[in-house]
Design a protein around this ligand. Sequence first.
Ligand SMILES: C[S@@+](CC[C@H](N)C(=O)[O-])C[C@H]1O[C@@H](n2cnc3c(N)ncnc32)[C@H](O)[C@@H]1O
Length: 240
Amino acid sequence: MKGRFYVIGVGPGDPELMTLKAIRLLERCPVWLAPKARKEGKSTALTIVERLVPARGKEILTQYFPMKKVRMGKTPAADVEAAWQEAAGAVLKALAAGRDVAFPTLGDPAIYSTGFYVSDTLFRLDPQVRVEIVAGVSAIGASAAAAGKPLCLGDDRMAVIPATFENGELAEILGNFDTVVLMKVHRVMDRIVPLLAELNLLDRAVLVERTSQEGQRIRRNLREIVNEEHHYFSTIIVRK
Ligand SMILES: C[S@@+](CC[C@H](N)C(=O)[O-])C[C@H]1O[C@@H](n2cnc3c(N)ncnc32)[C@H](O)[C@@H]1O
């Protein structure tokens, strides 16, 4: 296996939040494999990259990854596993031909990124595969910065969780940590807002939409937002 697979964090949207290392490696890799959340739509990660790194001359592969829950230790849905296999197959083909492959991923690869599922699938198919993970600016830090809030100070403890947890689990975590970052909130806002109200945390919460992207909004009054449609790029920070 001659080529190398790079999972590259490209930040939350603003190309200025891409690292120099991400830019250098994307310029160098002849093949880009870009993840898509919709079959027909464009890859967000690719859109971010293309604002700074010319795609001219690159072989651009796209892969649709269904947005379904993956539970650790449980078998993923068949179509989710099939997408990982398909992506890994395409990567292995390029690597075998001696071509490095870049996988641009939103934010930081270590936080809920498909890049790690694809890497794990690659390792299962070929334990000799060479993979490098390139850190990026996560939406977590970028959202806190946009809201002008710290995440942790002193002996604060922080939890980062998908808001799709059941209310009971959410309430327990909200009770146990000083700061809670709720990701993937867009579809569950109608139950998160009443839960925060019940726990007397509504005034401690801020919703950050499209951090560092065009249309960024910081919503400090969550009472106003319940009946709105919410964008996938929405993160709530609760800091007690
Ligand atoms: C699958 S996770 C990916 C997180 C990403 N790896 C990171 O480090 O930011 C997707 C969630 O990240 C959050 N997110 C990603 N980009 C965002 C942005 N620009 N503004 C606000 N939240 C964002 C949202 O909560 C979204 O539902």
